[in-house]
Design a protein around this ligand. Structure first.
Ligand code: BG6
Length: 510
């Protein structure tokens, strides 16, 4: 599908997300010649700044992310960037913005198509969209020509009620096809490739159910702490920041039924259906289902460099409660592990274990599927219980790829067995690292393809699951205590207890 000419209007343009993710991704698209021929970027934020100063900041963001760039490529990109300032609650600022957009539409000959990107705290979303609408900027032409689309960064609301309220307000000024709820995990090449893996190969899907799968572990582990986002994170916590969105989307993609086509609505429906079939966590005995933790100061983190084989010491993280922007007596969780069950025919009785956290030993995101053991061992030296299970690991990041462990015979006259791995490494096969998730998702917004975005029904289903946990933590914190774990570890030991009864263990990423 061609990318139509358009302008992207970035709210929160002086913020961190724009610096670290958005502008580098747009520049990445420019490098790969994927931006439309007639295109502009108009930054909007409270700080006053000239176009020149904005361009200098964008230059910095690009070189921070991509390293030094050829001057002509970089300057051509920066020539498409402009800026205007204003207060998010001031109608006059939107009139001024509308004027600047019209000038840019003409100057860049971009057909009047506009993508509004809200890189703003979620509490500002409804007001900004309503003011955009009042200033006439969200109206579309006949047959959506020109179009107007709005991209929302997660989190979508703070809990179920606020998400429903947000949705109702958005629904008054935007049509569903104009709304893009962004979850950058869905833009990761390796997350999308789970769909290809499952539905473009005939050999795995017949095994993808309760008859052959013993359990599934989904992990998104990070070694960094909250860095400079303490103020936001301390109010959100890991359950809202990672679980309600990225973790549940990875689960949905892993466990959903095959959609009837690869069309946005069909794929989104199946993801939502899956989220709706997750069994709510029981209110009694919550600690047996969900564990929360918070990192304390730890020793320097020794990280292996997989490229060079060396190990580097990274400076130790401070105690979470000493991070900037974090309350000294904070009870906010930086780690969550959960066991959950899916109530449908395919998955009845199969435990899914999910965990995510910061301040952990290493950054690893993966989906590990452990199959059932052989029903009987004919090899005298190995009983059925000793025979290792086949494990399929979909490696989301880093070392993107797929590993499948199988048992083989060791060379020699004796019947000795050993486990080995069939391994596909993205970098080795394709010779490149996977493109940045934001690039893919921005392109999809410009093409109007909502397949990899949250639907409002999906958001609601996710909050219906998460909300009771937040509520229980608030009302009865003693029933699900906060476990402190040293930074640089694999999280609180209490998380192991979630698996022990079923005879399972958390995987230690290699
Ligand atoms: C973001 C969270 O959505 O995802 C961050 O807000 C987290 O807290 C980040 O660090 C992780 O993304 P990735 O792509 O680095 O795994």
């Amino acid at each position: 599908q061609p990318v139509e000419d358009c302008g992207i209007i970035v709210f929160g343009a002086s913020g961190d997300l724009v610096h670290r993710k958005l502008i580098p991704a747009l520049y990445g698209l420019a490098l790969r010649r994927l931006l439309p021929p007639r295109f502009y970027i108009l930054g909007f934020a409270r700080s006053e700044m000239t176009d020149e100063v904005f361009r200098e900041r964008m230059r910095e963001a690009i070189t921070d992310a991509h390293g030094e760039q050829p001057a002509d490529t970089l300057n051509a990109f920066l020539a498409m960037c402009r800026y205007t300032s204003g207060s998010y609650d001031d109608p006059a600022a939107y009139e001024k913005l509308a004027g600047r957009c019209s000038v840019c539409d003409l100057d860049f000959d971009s057909s009047g198509n506009r993508l509004f990107y809200l890189a703003l705290p979620p509490e500002l979303h409804p007001e900004v969209v309503e003011r955009l609408a009042q200033a006439g900027m969200t109206s579309e032409g006949q047959d959506h020509k020109p179009w107007a689309r709005v991209v929302f960064e997660k989190p979508f609301g703070h809990d179920l009620q606020s998400a429903l309220r947000l949705d109702a307000r958005l629904g008054k000024v935007l049509a569903p096809h104009q709304i893009f709820r962004m979850d950058h995990y869905l833009g990761k090449e390796t997350v999308q490739s789970v769909l290809m893996f499952r539905f473009a190969n005939a050999i795995f899907e017949p095994l993808w159910n309760r008859s052959y799968i013993d359990h599934i572990q989904i992990s998104a582990l990070e070694s960094i702490g909250v860095e400079h986002r303490g103020g936001y994170y301390d109010k959100a916590g890991c359950l809202r920041d990672m679980f309600q969105n990225h973790m549940l989307q990875m689960l949905a993609i892993t466990a959903m039924e095959p959609p009837i086509s690869f069309q946005a609505e069909r794929v989104r429906e199946e993801r939502t259906k899956l989220l709706r079939s997750i069994r709510p966590w029981p209110e009694d005995d919550p600690a047996n289902w969900i564990v929360r933790g918070q990192y304390m100061a730890g020793p320097p983190n020794i990280l292996p460099n997989t490229q060079t084989g060396t190990r580097t010491a990274h400076s130790a993280l401070p105690d979470y409660r000493r991070e900037r922007g974090v309350a000294q007596d904070s009870e906010t969780e930086t780690y969550v592990a959960a066991r959950l069950l899916i109530d449908n025919w395919r998955w009845q009785g199969v435990p899914f274990y999910l965990r995510s956290g910061k301040g952990l030993q290493r950054k690893v995101s993966e989906i590990a599927v452990t199959f059932k053991r052989v029903p009987y061992s004919m090899f005298g030296m190995t009983s059925k219980a000793q025979m290792p299970a086949n494990v399929l690991v979909l490696k989301i990041q880093p070392d993107e790829g797929i590993d499948l462990t199988i048992q083989t015979k060791q060379p020699g006259p004796k019947s000795c067995m050993s486990s080995m791995s069939l391994s596909f490494k993205y970098q080795e096969v394709f010779g490149v690292t996977p493109p940045n998730a934001y690039e893919r998702l921005l392109l999809d917004c410009m093409q109007g393809d909502r397949t990899l975005f949250w639907s409002s029904e999906g958001v609601e289903a996710a909050w219906r699951l998460i909300d009771p946990v937040l509520d229980m933590w608030r009302r009865r914190p003693e029933r699900c205590p906060l476990h402190r774990y040293p930074a640089g570890s694999w999280g609180p030991e209490a998380a192991d207890a979630l698996l022990v009864n079923a005879g399972h263990r958390w995987r230690r990423p290699p």
